[in-house]
Design a protein around this ligand. Structure first.
Ligand code: PLP
Length: 315
């Protein structure tokens, strides 16, 4: 079994472009590039489209008519799942935690525009949330499919294994690859993909939540490798994790807000305060610590999040 044998729908526009950030590169004394996964072609773009190409292929194969997923109130993943499901003629139902801004701003506004069935639950426990999906799904009498928070299971992670394959076919060659880590699938996919297609590239996951990513990342890498039938050994030496969460998940950090402003003011590109701003702050910190040489090529994955930019107070 190889990556191309696994069923995948075409939902996005790929490959996404890679651009050199000339002003940021000058400021950080290395070569910084950005992969525009904020331009994946559905909704306002973002990383989840790559995962959903695999997850919704599985949903369709199983005959699902309803697609459930979950996340915080401003989950980019939930919004993009709804957008992709609607395109496929499926009915999305979002069972969201009351974590974050619940009024009609940001992704809540986009979900309202799409006419999506959004239900809030007063629990942070995913077991309760998945039980609620089963309850609603069974009551509907229609076949349904459950996508986990962030689309971060082994199948969803394959979207970023494929992204690593895509990067390997683009130029230049990268010494370092940096992404945000929120539920783990993007980082795990990239780290496994780098092992397979970019063996010279170091992958860094900038953790924007407090989950045990030192356990989640290798587990997802192993499970995704098993889906591919790849007998690769995964060790902590395969990747680097860095805590960039600051005051908390979905709470703007000072470094993250400064990074959002730096990207906007130097390059006219917009990051978000929850994921990409904190991840880019991690890149800036690595540069200032001397991790990158002047002739290194550093690739920042812009995983999207535009919807959330309009729902978080950045002061
Ligand atoms: C904009 C954005 N960037 C990064 C991430 C992190 O990706 P992952 O959940 O795969 O760790 C997410 C979702 O959590 C996101 O919405």
């Amino acid at each position: 079994m190889s990556l191309s044998d696994i069923e995948r729908l075409t939902l996005g526009v790929f490959p996404t472009p890679i651009l050199r950030l000339d002003n940021v590169s000058r400021a950080l004394n290395t070569n910084v590039y950005i992969k525009r996964d904020d331009l994946t072609g559905v909704g306002l773009g973002g990383n989840k489209v790559r995962k959903l190409e695999y997850l919704l292929a599985d949903a369709r194969r199983q005959g699902a008519e309803i697609v459930f997923t979950t996340g915080g109130a401003q989950s980019n993943h939930a919004m993009l799942t709804a957008a992709c499901a609607l395109r496929l003629g499926m009915t999305p139902i979002l069972i969201l935690k009351r974590r974050g801004v619940t009024d009609c701003r940001g992704n809540q506004l986009l979900e309202r525009l799409m006419g999506v069935d959004v239900r809030f639950v007063d629990t942070d426990d995913y077991a309760d949330i998945y039980a609620e999906m089963d309850r609603v799904g069974r009551a509907s009498g229609r076949p349904y499919y459950k996508i986990p928070c962030g689309g971060s299971n082994a199948l969803g992670s394959l979207g970023y294994v494929k992204c690593a394959e895509e990067i390997a076919a683009q130029s230049p060659r990268f010494d370092h690859l940096i992404c945000a880590e929120g539920s783990g699938g993007t980082m795990a996919g990239l780290a496994l993909g780098a092992k397979l297609y970019l063996p010279e590239t170091r992958v860094y996951g900038m953790m924007v939540d407090t989950d045990p990513f030192d356990v989640i990342t290798p587990r997802l890498m192993r499970e995704a490798a098993a889906l591919l039938g790849e007998a690769v050994e995964i060790t902590p030496a395969d990747y680097t994790l860095r805590d960039m969460c600051g005051p908390g998940y979905a709470v703007s950090s000072e470094e993250g807000a400064a990074a959002v402003r730096m990207m906007a003011q130097m390059e006219g590109l917009f990051l978000d305060p929850v994921y990409t701003g904190k991840a880019f702050a991690g890149l800036i910190a690595l540069a200032r610590e001397g991790t990158f040489r002047p002739d290194d090529n550093v690739l920042f994955i812009h995983t999207g999040g535009a919807g959330g930019l309009f729902a978080v107070d950045m002061g």
